[in-house]
Design a protein around this ligand. Sequence first.
Ligand SMILES: NC(=O)c1ccc[n+]([C@@H]2O[C@H](COP(=O)([O-])OP(=O)(O)OC[C@H]3O[C@@H](n4cnc5c(N)ncnc54)[C@H](OP(=O)(O)O)[C@@H]3O)[C@@H](O)[C@H]2O)c1
Length: 269
Amino acid sequence: MGEDKISDQNLSIDSKITLNNDAKMPRLGLGVYQIPPGKSTEQAVTWALHAGYRHIDTAKYYRNEQSVGKAIRASKIPRKDVWVTTKLWLTDQIGTEKAFETSLSKLGLDYTDLYLVHFPVPGLVKRTWKTMEKLYEGGKCKAIGVSNHNVAQMKDIMSVANVPIMVNQVRCSPFHFDREIYDFCQKEGIAFEAYSPLTQGKQLGNAFVQQIANHYGKTPAQILIRWALQKNMIVIPKSAHQERIVENADVYDFELSPRDMKVLDGLSE
Ligand SMILES: NC(=O)c1ccc[n+]([C@@H]2O[C@H](COP(=O)([O-])OP(=O)(O)OC[C@H]3O[C@@H](n4cnc5c(N)ncnc54)[C@H](OP(=O)(O)O)[C@@H]3O)[C@@H](O)[C@H]2O)c1
């Protein structure tokens, strides 16, 4: 299962995006922020893998890396078929190598697919990136990137980088869309990853989104996820409920028209 459910063939969006180091990253993932460690996280990850997700987004800060790893191992899905992202916390930017090894050991994995600098620390942005490059060259993370970095911070990194930024994960939905960062990433070949794509649930009742959802016979959550996919983003909705996890992956059987994309784009203004 899995591979078939989130498939390549639907409505012109590949299920994977090719990063600038040629790694193939599944566009849709499960975010596990605020899912308590232990049984709740294990269950959510298990449901997601069962529903066809092949990408889990965690972080040291979420305290659930161990449960993510446990559920992935229990699934018996080959390691190479599941994309795992974790992140370097703010206070670990002195001692990055140790923090990375601790994350790996919590996950119980030999490598992560993507390691992200969770937040920029003023004054350390370039230095942290040089350490990320060392980790990448060591081979235990297959891709590296940043999160919550603005254009100036990305430019700072690029001024010293030997290894390019592969991904920038930023808060993004039609209600909160930073075009400057998005356009820069598109131009520079940095994959743009949308976090909090469902506005943490706050705008799912918005009348415009609901109207569009009614038109396609889909739910507001599916409309927001599809909007992100059609904008060439990676998107990582979080849910701790099985039916919603399934619902959030069922976004490949319709296509938002240019007009509806425009309406959604307009919601951030
Ligand atoms: N890099 C960063 O700084 C950063 C910051 C924030 C988030 N993230 C990542 O992005 C992921 C997603 O963002 P997020 O967790 O902030 O919020 P989100 O995905 O925008 O929204 C999650 C909320 O929406 C609800 N929900 C999910 N699917 C739904 C559906 N189909 N219908 C109705 N409600 C639904 C969830 O409730 P239930 O769980 O109760 O279903 C939860 O309350 C995180 O888990 C994390 O991996 C990264």
